[in-house]
Write a protein that binds this ligand. Structure first.
Ligand SMILES: [Zn+2]
Length: 466
């Protein structure tokens, strides 16, 4: 078997690794969109380095767009095989891909209006809502811990990666000409302190591991202090300054985690008497799916729901779907918390809330996840005094806070713990993907120090025989 590294090599987005068997079959691990790569982004997402009709099957580690978001483009280009993923991933990917298609279509509509005026040729979206629908039809859910044979050469089993609802590490067994090769693909590795998800799980011994590297050079703040920090920010903003607390949060995962923290604070009588708005149709759908899979969440949550059956609902919490209701929040004069997507503040309703509130010193913008340096969130976090939103230069007078420990990615200690189930002497090579170049160098040294014999940083397009 050979593996060809096609994405997330020099960066953290565009996850895509192609397995080519002895019989010439092609199995693709993930098919993510590149995001936030500036003017190179469209080309990176169109020149994918493979011929979609030739791919036999796709195995999807989890629903995040940087892992699933280019699937509809593959379908548009003629891919008709099955897409294997866990049942929760299938449901989450459905809403995320529909949303992604909607963004692609509306971005192009906006661009085409300008191009039409200038007499330029009109552009087509990268993919459409129809392509996303056709993609969803190809999903084939496979439960965790179930060995599944794709063909006579390749079988796989999902184990829980603890990163988002439904996320999995993919454990592949290839049987070719009497030789067995065991390859583990980590997907994205979660935390051992997640408030909702189970810990990343032990996975079967592998000969080769494709491992993520996002926080390969960093340690996170501990969660206990993060919860206190969060309450301090709420009190300072909403009680002392009578302002609004704007929390840009990814729809799935972070939003439910923040709502759950607020639910706990409410039950403990610690939350000030203010309204909390979750303003995003996608976040509402993602919360509904999380409620459906609540049995798959961790033990402490199972204990919690014995006392409070709805960990994502409390008095004063309002979920907003309609655009009119969202716009009405601009006129809401009371102190409140607004949780809205997207996490990097680049798109979605949160951008409107930031535009509306960023120049008032009573307010706070609280980042609770990773923001790439070029995103609006990145600029606000690094302390820019002015930002451009919807063509307007706005002064940043609101307070800016961040709580990094709500990240869904494990830090390097957590990733080492995840890998600790392996007999390192049996692992022939570890391939590092999904990380910035400098981070991967540090992570590589850490893994070598931990006892792994060979750690490789593959380049984009590199083919390595296993
Ligand atoms: Zn992810």
């Amino acid at each position: 078997m050979q593996v060809k590294f096609l994405g997330a090599t020099e960066t953290v987005t565009g996850s895509k690794h192609l397995l080519i068997t002895e019989k010439g079959r092609q199995i693709l691990l993930d098919c993510g969109l590149y995001q936030g790569m500036g003017s190179r982004t469209p080309e990176l997402n169109e020149r994918i380095g493979l011929n979609p009709p030739e791919i036999d099957a796709i195995i999807l580690s989890h629903a995040h767009i940087d892992h699933s978001g280019n699937l509809p483009f593959l379908v548009r280009q003629g891919f008709r095989g099955k897409i294997y993923c866990t049942p929760a991933t299938a449901e989450v990917a459905e809403i995320l891909l529909q949303d992604s298609a909607h963004i692609q279509e509306s971005d192009i509509r906006f661009l085409n209006k300008l191009r039409q005026k200038e007499g330029l040729e009109l552009l087509k979206p990268h993919y459409t809502a129809k392509n996303a629908e056709d993609t969803i039809d190809l999903f084939h859910p496979v439960d965790y811990h179930t060995s599944f044979a794709i063909n006579d050469e390749i079988s796989f089993m999902f184990t829980d990666a603890g990163h988002i609802l439904g996320s999995a590490a993919v454990n592949i067994i290839a049987k070719e000409n009497g030789k067995t090769t065991r390859l583990a693909f980590s997907g994205d590795i979660g935390r051992y302190t997640d408030m909702l998800l189970k810990d990343p799980e032990r996975f079967p011994q592998a000969d080769y591991i494709i491992c993520e590297s996002t926080y390969g050079d960093r340690l996170h703040e501990k969660t206990e202090s993060a919860e206190q920090h969060f309450l301090d920010v709420v009190k300072k903003t909403c009680l002392e300054k009578k302002g609004k607390l704007i929390i840009p949060a990814f729809s799935l995962g972070r939003t439910q985690e923040i709502v759950f923290v607020l639910d706990k604070l409410k039950n403990a009588g610690l939350l000030p008497d203010i309204k909390v708005f979750v303003d995003s149709p996608l976040s509402v759908s993602a919360t509904d799916i999380t409620r459906k899979y609540v049995y798959s969440l961790n033990d402490s949550l199972q204990e919690y729901i014995k006392k409070d059956p709805d960990p994502f609902g409390f008095q004063g919490l309002v979920y907003i779907q309609k655009k009119e209701d969202s716009m009405r929040l601009n006129e809401y004069k009371q102190p409140c918390i607004i949780i809205s997507a997207s996490g990097m503040m680049e798109a979605g309703r949160v951008k409107h809330h930031i535009a509306h509130n960023i120049s008032d010193p009573r307010n706070t913008i609280l980042a609770v996840g990773y923001c790439s340096p070029n995103s609006l969130g990145g600029k606000i976090l690094r302390g820019d005094k002015q930002v451009r939103i919807f063509g307007q230069e706005l002064e940043v007078r609101a307070e800016v806070e961040s709580i990094a420990s709500y990240s869904a990615h494990g830090d390097y200690e957590e990733m080492l713990r995840f890998l600790d189930c392996q007999d390192k002497s049996l692992v022939k090579k570890v391939f590092l993907v999904h990380g910035e170049t400098d981070t991967k160098e540090v992570w590589r040294t850490t893994l070598l120090d931990a006892g792994f014999g060979e750690v490789v940083i593959p380049h984009k397009g590199e083919v390595i025989a296993l």
